[in-house]
Ligand binder design. Sequence first.
Ligand SMILES: [Zn+2]
Length: 321
Amino acid sequence: MLEERIDNSAEFKEFAAGVARTGLSHAYLLLGADTCIRSMYIKKIASFLMCPERGCGECSVCEKIFADCHPDISIYNRDGKCRVEDAERMIADTYIKAWESRIKLYFFDNAETLQPVVQNKLLKICEEPPQNIAIFLLAGSDGALLNTILSRTKKIYLPVFTSEDIYKELVEEGYGKAEAETAAALSGGRFDKAYLYVKDEAYNKLYEACFDTLAKCKSSRDIPVYAGNNIFSKENLPLTLEIMEIILNDILRMVSKGGALQTCRKESLLKEIGNGFSAGGVAMAILALNKARRMLGSNVSAAGVADTILFEILEAKYKWR
Ligand SMILES: [Zn+2]
């Protein structure tokens, strides 16, 4: 399960070891784009710091944490609309003794959206924190955070997962294997995206159809047959291009023997599609997808874009042998 994957991640172990080694810092900045991992991390950190067993997952403390109702945990800015008054209320609260725990924890999600005036309020509390509190800012990137905040917080990175991890997690959670394969490949290593894809089987159909088209469209005579496919409709084309790029990038990895594949369990189909491609040829085919994106942007018809994609991918294969 996701909780265990986080427990086992090098990033979480490092956080835990850091706390054991030098104690808890007053202020942290947790960086990671995946909103699913961010929400789970809030719970994992809280249970690590508050549960007598360092996060058993079963005691009454852990139960409250996982049910989002522990009185000594406050989470702000989930909606990205934290106001100055909210920050002031939070600061006043830091001076009140904890209810049940020996420590109070304050989390600010989407910290990159905090206005400078709010960040300045938080800065004061980061500089002179009351006893027994810790503040965690969670953000997709640190670009919009004040330098003064950056210098007062301890930066840690959230774990990044492979598409294989995501595939296994989704199957463990009971999703179908085919849907899990699609969602994992399209997720770019993000659980928040994977959950969006896995819940809609239209993505799975499109994903399989892209593999099928690339595998079966073998000569220019086949182009008119496959160019009429629903994957090349105006609505589907942007995602079709994204999927074809994922497939071609994996073929490039196979041909040049480098890097973990982004697709899961599709090796034999990738071999079939990649058969006859040189590394240079695949690179040219990927460029053809970029050209197709530009064509879409300049209002070329979907049929015209489809012809170009299929023709140029075949051409890249035969010209660059
Ligand atoms: Zn516990």
